[in-house]
Structures are given as C-alpha cells and as structure tokens.
Write a new protein. Structure first.
Length: 414
C-alpha cells in the first residue's frame, strides 16, 4: 500500500502468497495501481499519495481486516467515493474504531451499524488530529497514520499499550516525515507516532522478512516435541512481535534468537528451537500469566500459547484479551471448545482463559470456525496428541499461510 502511494517504481521480494495479501493487490489494481507479480516478487508502479482513481465497483477485502482498515485510512484522503466490503466474517468485525478518527479528520463514512460495507467519501483536505487509541490496535494506528499522509499538518496517535510498528518503520523507509517515541503523559509506557502531511513518498526496493507469526507454529512444535530440533532463518524479529518467544522461554522451552541484523529498517535473524523431555519453568506451581502489555505483542499467537500451556507444568492463563472475540472468529471460545475436545481442562473468562497442564491430549475432531490461526494452532496440538485428529475446513489456513501443511510435512519425521 505504501509503495502504491509513492512516486516511482518499487520492487518487493518475498511477498506473501496469503489470501490477505492477494486481496490487497486486487484492491490496489482496482484503484488504478499497476501491479506485476511473479511468484513472491512484486513490482508496484506508484501513483503518488493522491493519485488513486475513482472506482466503478466495491473493493473486496475478502477476509483481511488489515486490508480494510488500512485502505480506509488511505481512501479517507482521496477526493472520490469508495466502498470497502469483504466476506461474512470481515463484515461482522468492528469498524467503528476507524470510522470515528477518520470522521474527525474530515472523511464521511457510512456503515452498517459500525461494520462493513464502508462507504467512504474522502475529504478533499483532511485535517491533522491528535488521537488516543481506545483499543490497542496496530491496524487502527496505521489507518490514522496513512490518512495523515493526506492531512494538513502533523497527525499524532498515542497508544497506552505498545502495538506492532511495521507501518511506522516502512513509512520512514519510503521518506515520510515520521517521529515516534515515549509520550509525555501517563501511563509510563505510553507511546506516540506522528506523521507530517501532506506527504510525498519515494519508491523503494524492499525485501520482506519471514513472518514471525507464521514461524511461531513451527517453533512451538519443535520446542514441545521431545528430541526435535529446528532452525527458522531470515525471520522478522521486530521487538513488538517476539513476546510469544519470550513467553515460551519463560515457560522453560529451549528457544534462542541468533544472527540478528537490520534489513529495511526491521530486525531480521534466525530462531532455533529444541524439544526437551519436560520443559519446566519458575511458575510450575501455578498457571503462567499472560496479560497486560504482553497481549497486543502476541495477539496472533495467543491460541498457540494456550495449546502450549496445556503441555507445561502449571498451565497458562491468558487475560486482558477480549479483542480475541472479534477476530476472524471468537478465538477465546474456539480455543476453549477445541482444547476441551482434546481432553484439556479449560476455564473460560470474558477476556481470556485458563488451561491446566500438563495433560496428554487425545485426537479429536477440531472445528476452527473458518479461522486460520485456530486451524494452525490445533494442527500443532494434533502433533502433541495421541490418536488421530481431524481438522474441519483446513483450507482456511490459506488466509495467511497457504503452504502451511506442505511445509509442516517437510519438517516432521514420521
């Protein structure tokens, strides 16, 4: 998206084959951006910050919340009417969290009770705002910052809980005037990101690091299966994304990070995991707590951490994670239901769950509710379980990781 708003031609390597990323390219093409793709190599012919063209049909974001929320910010600064829609799951997800700040900036947005489809009448001259995030969400933050590229003045977003910062890092690579740092306010961990508009971006050649949220399933499997050893190379190690590694390390898993270097303003390196006979932690007498600031840093990996907790002394408790209920599925409910089906003792809370451990899981029929993260997390659970596990609608992994099962089969010894 940022390359599309830049002046000039950008070449991107290691672009994901996920359905979400396919949806993004499709929407950009519909907005008049020339896109060429050969495998994982993508060339984007940028049209400039205000160079997108009016549409003749709704933009289909499919299942991708990131596509919808970030594009909404971009379209809020265009001088035409556009409509964003998606599949049934995406149309059920909350969008009021982006509608409010975009309307404060001057865009006019109509919705179905705060949900997609979103009809956006872009503001010909958006105004810069200072906005405090009501929910810890990198998607909302990114939406506002991208809208700020077309606003007059400095747009600032303040967050009380640190969220992933890929957008800020990439905007800087493409030449935006952006500043980040500690906010001069309470709480002590509050952070801000500011961008100056109207902006002018310059095309860049970029290589995308391997996705750490996809690598997480393989790392967890290797750490939990005795006798295993696995190294994942060239993976992104953004400090806002490694909380799941730190949690597994505290739970006694043998995981190390190696060969860290900088690439395109992002830390990249390797992760190595080895399976112990019985990982132990300092928290073996009670459930290990994952809550507070750790939640936005490990939001995608929380179902996987729940699976891991079922194998470790004391188990795991996840709280402050109500956001999981408005993802592609209600991930709290889906995780609880499927862990119980495999024989785990699980207590469900409004904002999380507690899993007792260790327990020997048994094979079961798993319903991921069409959610890629649930399907992949319980594929790892199936490796740990006795007996056969059947995962319904397993093709849903294509949303983020179409090669998941093929790659898993290539590294699992039978």
């Amino acid at each position: 998206m940022i390359a599309a708003l830049a002046d000039g031609v950008s070449h991107i390597t290691n672009y994901s084959t996920s359905d979400d990323c396919v949806a993004t390219l499709s929407c950009l093409r519909q907005l008049g951006v020339q896109v060429e793709q050969t495998g994982s190599d993508v060339t984007i012919y940028g049209v400039g910050v205000r160079g997108l063209r009016a549409l003749d049909a709704p933009l289909d974001c499919r299942n991708s919340g990131t596509t919808m929320r970030l594009l909404a910010g971009i379209l809020g600064g265009q001088d035409f009417v556009s409509t964003l829609t998606g599949d049934e799951s995406l149309r059920s997800r909350p969008m009021q969290r982006i509608i409010e700040p975009l309307e404060m900036m001057g865009a006019q947005i109509s919705s179905s009770d705060g949900r997609a489809p979103l009809r956006i009448q872009g503001g010909k001259g958006l105004k810069a705002i200072d906005y405090e995030l009501l929910v810890a969400s990198a998607q909302v933050k990114s939406c506002i910052l991208l809208a700020g590229l077309n606003a007059g003045g400095r747009t600032t977003v303040v967050e009380n809980e640190v969220t992933r910062d890929h957008t800020e890092r990439m905007l800087k690579v493409f030449g935006a005037k952006i500043e980040t740092g500690k906010a001069d306010r309470e709480p002590a961990n509050a952070r801000f990101a500011s961008v100056d508009g109207p902006a002018s971006l310059r095309a860049q050649d970029t290589s995308i690091p391997g996705d750490i949220s996809s690598a997480a399933y393989f790392i967890a499997a290797a750490a939990l299966l005795p006798g295993s050893s696995l190294q994942v190379v060239d993976v992104g190690l953004n400090p806002t994304r490694v909380a799941f590694v730190e949690t597994l390390q505290e739970l006694g898993c043998d995981i190390s990070i190696e060969e860290v270097r900088e690439k395109n303003n992002e830390p990249v390196g390797a992760m190595r995991a080895g399976g112990k006979d019985a990982p132990t932690s300092q928290h073996s007498d009670s459930a290990f707590m994952v809550n507070g600031l750790a939640i936005p840093k490990s939001i995608d990996e929380l179902p996987l951490l729940a699976v891991a907790g079922s194998q470790l002394a004391g188990g795991i408790e996840i709280r402050d994670a109500k956001e999981l209920r408005v993802k592609e599925s209600d991930r709290i409910s889906a995780t609880v239901e499927n862990l119980r089906a495999m024989g785990a003792e699980v207590e469900e809370f409004d904002d999380g769950l507690r899993v007792a451990g260790p327990v020997k899981l048994h094979g079961a029929k798993i319903d991921p509710r069409g959610d890629h993260r649930i399907a992949m997390a319980f594929t790892i659970a199936a490796l740990l379980a006795e007996g056969e596990t059947e995962i319904k609608d397993a093709d849903c992994v294509a949303v983020s990781f179409p090669e998941f099962f093929e790659l898993l089969e290539s590294v699992v010894e039978r």
